[in-house]
Ligand binder design. Sequence first.
Ligand code: GRF
Length: 201
Amino acid sequence: MDCLVAPSLPIVPDRSSNLRLGIMASGSGSNFAAVAEAIATGQLPAKIAVLIYNNPHIKALEYAAQYQIPAVFHDHRGVERGALDRAIVQTMQEYQVNCVVMAGWMRVVTPVLIDAFPDRIINIHPSLLPSFPGIKAIEQALAAKVKISGCTVHLVRPVVDSGPILIQAAVPVLPDDTVETLHARIQIQEHRILPAALKLL
Ligand code: GRF
């Protein structure tokens, strides 16, 4: 199935390549790698200025080393959300980031971060929003026995997974799907639509 771009979005094409990305990741980092790969292969005119991570064992660190991207650790444990976001904003500013990508960032962000980058923070979510927002989106889709699911790239707003949708891609849900098999199918599409969404910016 193909991906769809929200037709009503006021997109002003910017042909310059001054997109400086700050990518936030907590997990396996496959979306981070997909963006890095799209840049390395010339499909996405941008630069990843910094990777911010909150899990010292994250696989994205290996990709960051491979692509020679600076990585900065922000430990969320015992830190109030606003304080964490203030520290993240400071790092983003140090690296002159002008677009923030939440690529599997497993923390709720606050207006401290959102207001520092108005309409310049995007998130990727493993469902066709507005269905199944929040955590365990894939489990929610399986429990609802939907026949089609997918992924969404959207602008970040204070209410989790609620912002304007930039791109979605759909995948079938098969009768014998598990969380792992459906997630794997969705991730193939995530790796397409995240770089594509960044191109729109
Ligand atoms: C993705 O499925 C994304 O939709 C969700 O977290 C997962 C991150 O995957 N928000 P990865 O770490 O990029 O592999």
